[in-house]
Ligand binder design. Structure first.
Ligand SMILES: Cc1cc2nc3c(=O)[nH]c(=O)nc-3n(C[C@H](O)[C@H](O)[C@H](O)COP(=O)(O)OP(=O)(O)OC[C@H]3O[C@@H](n4cnc5c(N)ncnc54)[C@H](O)[C@@H]3O)c2cc1C
Length: 375
């Protein structure tokens, strides 16, 4: 079966934050958009994330900042606590969507995906699960895509939004290395203690821990384990191991530790980063989100870049006569901002591992301020 559906047709690979945002932003400008997502419907794991100001600003353009704030927990301050349990620093993040709304929001990932997916559905985007791309060829002004189910598409635009290990990036021969930084990060859902009204980060002698509220009743614990090999632990070892790692922290972490003993959805993931130097596009195809630039989670801003990419891509395609020119403009508008964030997140991860937390805090603060600049 072969389909060609006209000049403003887009196939997006990946229904993550970048893919769903790009899909809605394009569809709102009159594009006919289809998404191929390899995972099954509702497969998102239940851990939380923190959406900083630039994410909220980009979501606000799609009319989604308020639904996200309603589904999550709005906050404006990051509190840093040192190895002895003393408060050392408070970062007040810029309120990018107005003084009356919070600077950031903590959310459960499924709640964010639900919000983005409902918007895509409202915009008429078709989402196919269990589907991916097998081959890509530029044919004149169109991209010819062979799908994993044997069907063919001819579209004006192909967007690879398929994450750090992007297959589309590989099919377009836009190669980049994925780096591991000697850190494994933990996330665990726990009840929210009443004092947790912002992000708290605790520096330990070896590791870093913290707490982020994601609703009135729930929060997630995070822990960064330093200087370890990349590995996978059996599920039944996760809670006891996290509990043991949290025992090394004084003060409030002891309370968090007792909550972690009954945690749901405990995950442990490697800190991986990637940055695609040079072009992110070839012909009428482009990669966006983590497929082009994946920062370490220390700046809590990978989602911001992914969501912004979707919005900026649609804007640039709108104001250029050809897809190629629109994609060139998109890449040149995004490169420096994304490079700065990826490089800063790696520098913070390195300082964290070297226990040089006091040098990391101003870097975090300065980078958040830089990210607050217009996109
Ligand atoms: C532990 C951890 C904590 C984090 N915390 C934060 C945080 O608090 N705040 C923040 O802003 N960022 C955070 N990030 C980063 C953030 O999660 C990413 O930057 C963001 O998810 C990138 O979105 P994306 O859509 O580009 O990629 P992804 O979220 O990876 O989505 C890619 C999508 O493509 C699909 N896919 C993959 N391969 C294929 C294929 N071949 N064909 C079709 N579909 C495919 C996947 O199933 C997925 O749905 C964190 C990252 C990690 C690892």
């Amino acid at each position: 079966m072969e389909s060609y559906r006209g000049a403003r047709t887009a196939l997006i690979v990946g229904a993550g934050m970048a893919g769903l945002t790009a899909a809605s932003a394009l569809a709102r400008r009159g594009w006919q958009v289809e998404i191929a997502e390899i995972g099954s419907a509702g497969a998102t794991s239940g851990w939380g994330l923190c959406l900083t100001g630039p994410s909220l600003r980009a979501l606000d353009e799609l009319g989604l900042a308020d639904p996200c704030l309603a589904a999550g927990y709005g906050m404006s301050v990051i509190t840093h606590v040192d190895v002895d349990g003393a408060l050392t620093d408070e970062v007040r993040l810029p309120r990018l969507i107005g003084a009356e709304r919070p600077a950031m929001v903590g959310m459960a990932r499924p709640a964010l995906y639900r919000t983005l997916r409902e918007q895509a559905d409202r915009c008429g985007v078709e989402v196919h699960h269990g589907l991916t791309v097998a081959a890509v060829d530029q044919e004149g002004e169109q991209v010819r895509v062979r799908m994993s189910d044997g069907t063919l598409r001819r579209v004006a635009l192909l967007v690879g939004a398929d994450g750090i290990r992007s297959s589309v990036r590989h099919l377009l021969r836009l190669e980049t290395a994925v780096a591991y930084h000697g850190q494994m990060v933990w996330r665990a859902l726990v009840p929210r203690p009443p004092w947790a009204t912002g992000v708290h980060q605790f520096a330990g002698k070896v590791n870093t821990a913290g707490l982020v509220p994601i609703s009135d009743s729930r929060a997630y614990v995070f822990l960064t384990e330093n200087g370890v090999e990349q590995s996978i632990l059996p599920d039944d070892e996760l809670v006891p191991r996290l509990w043991k790692l949290l025992a090394a922290f004084p003060g409030r972490v002891e309370e968090i530790r007792s909550l972690a003993a009954v945690a749901e959805s405990v995950v442990r993931r490697p800190v991986l980063t990637a940055f695609l130097d040079g072009a992110w596009n070839r012909g009428s195809s482009v990669v966006i989100g983590d497929a082009a630039h994946a920062p370490a989670p220390q700046m809590a801003s990978g989602a911001a870049l992914a969501i912004e990419d979707g919005a900026v891509l649609a804007q640039e395609l709108e104001c250029h006569r050809s897809i190629g020119a629109g994609l060139d403009a998109f890449v040149s508008r995004r490169t420096q901002r994304c490079r700065t964030l990826v490089e800063t997140s790696v520098a913070i991860a390195d300082l964290e591992q070297a226990q040089r937390h006091h040098e990391a805090y101003p870097l975090v603060d300065a980078c958040h301020r830089q990210m607050a600049e217009p996109v």
